[in-house]
Design a protein around this ligand. Structure first.
Ligand code: 5GP
Length: 227
């Protein structure tokens, strides 16, 4: 009985809250060392839940076997990328191991307005630009269970030269210094658990005061008007 009452009260609060709460989606930045398994995690997250949209970046790197223009990335030339920068068409961009990578602005804005949570799978320099521009963005860092496992996954991909793998491991060493800037970490040791954890973290982020400023201010104003 108590449960029912509490449940209905909680239900009411949530309902009236939803009425006022900002219905926009949030920007979710997902970073992690190359080889941490972000790509697989993102695919799984998107196939399980329908409230996410994955941003497709532009890059000057060459497609890997099996990658398609417009699906994994928009593969562009350096000139085309620099034109995007000049036109202010990117929300952020960075140079990563010799290539440009950037997030097109239009898609992010459209999906946020439609109430979708937009996932940006980007590296740390871009993540920090996003945090500065959009302080309400949620920053997640995907960790491998160990460095040994990370190297194994990178080599197992079999698509990169030793030199590129070495470059990516060195980059991981640098990126490790920035993990404290993120809001949450998730450890990708088990795909299923990791996807569920990510979903829970993202959904609970919708309920923080800083992401509901307008609603809180409305309630405060109404309270201040009470006699
Ligand atoms: P990869 O070449 O392995 O696909 O990606 C290399 C790195 O670039 C990964 O860490 C990936 O998350 C990051 N990345 C992909 N797209 C973007 C982007 O639009 N902006 C930034 N800053 N990094 C990106």
């Amino acid at each position: 009985m108590i449960c029912v009452i509490i449940g209905s009260i909680a239900g009411k609060i949530t309902l009236s809250g939803r009425h006022f709460m900002n219905n926009k989606g949030i920007i979710v930045v997902v970073s992690g060392f190359s080889g941490a398994g972000k790509g697989t995690l993102m695919k799984e997250l998107l196939s399980r839940y329908d409230n996410y949209a994955l941003s497709i970046s532009a890059t000057t790197r060459n497609p890997r076997p099996g990658e398609e223009n417009g699906r994994e990335y928009f593969f562009v030339t350096k000139d085309e990328f620099e034109k995007l920068i000049a036109e202010d068409g990117l929300v952020e961009y960075a140079n990563y191991v010799g290539n440009y990578y950037g997030t097109p602005k239009k898609f992010v804005q459209e999906k946020i307005d439609q109430g979708k949570d937009v996932i940006l799978e980007i590296e740390i320099q871009g993540a920090l630009q996003i945090k500065k521009k959009f302080p309400q963005a949620l920053l997640l860092f995907v960790m491998p269970p160990s460095v040994e496992e990370l190297e194994k996954r990178l080599r197992g991909r079999g698509t990169e030269t030793d030199e590129v793998i070495h470059g990516r491991l060195l980059r991981a060493k640098e990126e490790g210094q920035g993990i404290d800037e993120y809001d949450n970490i998730v450890i990708n040791d088990n795909l299923d658990d990791c996807v569920k954890e990510m979903h829970e973290i993202i959904q609970s982020a919708h309920y923080t005061p800083e992401r509901n400023r307008e609603f809180i201010d409305t309630i405060k104003k109404q309270l201040s008007e009470l006699n």
